[in-house]
Design a protein around this ligand. Structure first.
Ligand SMILES: NC(=O)c1ccc[n+]([C@@H]2O[C@H](COP(=O)([O-])OP(=O)(O)OC[C@H]3O[C@@H](n4cnc5c(N)ncnc54)[C@H](OP(=O)(O)O)[C@@H]3O)[C@@H](O)[C@H]2O)c1
Length: 262
């Protein structure tokens, strides 16, 4: 299927590795020009190098997405370089694990900055020009925790729900001007984040990290953890011309982990 987005420009946030990188790679395979970012410059340049090897035009900008001024510079540089942004994938790092009484107020504020405010900054800067041009695709990264809260992840279980509320609201406000907004809700994919979560669970309990990964794999009906490469194609489709009647959705991609009907 031709997704019809060749030469579109996408800003994929937090994309030097993991699910963000895979989203960027799938868009690149459709001929989309890319702006990628992350905090660590060396890791970012390596990611940009990999994408360029595959023939993609890439602008890589080091940026901490929790800092509004840095997000402003990121969007400004993207516009200077490519002239516009047609597609926004609003991703950021995940909050630390832990139960409610283990997190102080600073940890809560940090989680809000990471997952809600970074999304607010990006959308506020990017969507007005999409509205003016009458075409845009926005994908907000959340987690399966918005449909089925996961044990020991109270920050993710709580803050990501706000991102879904934002996404649904934006879909209604922007739909009439041709800008479609959807959330993606991944289950467990084997990225550095999930390896780190397994290591911290192992350190708490004395079990091996692999034992946790195996137990998470068993939670889904497919009985395995996702390969990050299985994530990108969903984002590419949502960002495409072919997804033209799809907005306001929160789509699980979780190997059947979530057991609710909807
Ligand atoms: N993997 C999963 O199974 C899974 C499941 C559900 C939800 N999620 C969520 O999906 C998102 C991506 O997950 P992942 O597994 O791909 O994580 P990851 O492997 O840890 O990668 C995170 C990416 O975000 C960048 N990043 C982190 N904090 C940043 C910040 N403040 N500003 C700019 N860039 C930042 C990282 O680069 P730098 O470190 O260099 O900044 C890296 O490129 C996270 O929010 C995660 O919680 C993941």
């Amino acid at each position: 299927m031709d997704l019809g987005i060749t030469d579109r420009v996408a800003l994929v946030a937090a994309s030097s590795r993991g699910l963000g990188f895979e989203a960027a790679r799938s868009l690149a395979a459709e001929g989309v020009r890319l702006v990628i970012c992350g905090r660590d410059e060396e890791r970012l340049q390596q990611a940009a190098g990999k994408l360029r090897q595959e023939g993609t035009r890439v602008l890589a900008v080091a940026c901490d997405l929790t800092e509004e001024a840095q997000v402003e510079k990121l969007v400004e540089q993207a516009r200077q370089h490519f002239g516009r942004i047609d597609i926004l994938v609003a991703n950021c790092g995940g909050p630390p694990p832990g139960q409610f009484l283990q997190h102080d107020s600073q940890a809560w504020r940090r989680a809000v900055d990471l997952n809600l405010m970074s999304t607010v900054f990006l959308c506020r800067l990017v969507v007005p020009q999409m509205q003016e041009r009458g075409w845009g695709r926005v994908v907000l990264m959340t987690s399966i925790t918005v449909k089925q809260p996961l044990e020991g992840l109270v920050l993710s279980n709580s803050v990501r729900a706000a991102v879904v509320g934002l996404g649904k609201t934006l879909a209604a406000e922007l739909g009439p001007s041709g800008v479609l907004v959807n959330c993606v809700c991944p289950g467990y994919f084997l990225t550095d984040r999930v390896s780190n979560l397994a290591e911290s669970a192992a350190a708490r309990t004395g079990e091996s990290p692999q034992a946790f990964i195996d137990s998470w794999a068993r939670q889904g009906v497919l009985g395995r953890i996702g390969d990050p490469a299985e994530f990108g194609p969903l984002v590419a489709f949502l960002c495409s011309e072919r997804a033209s009647y799809l907005t306001g959705a929160a789509l699980a991609i979780d190997g059947g982990l979530c057991r609710s009907l909807l």
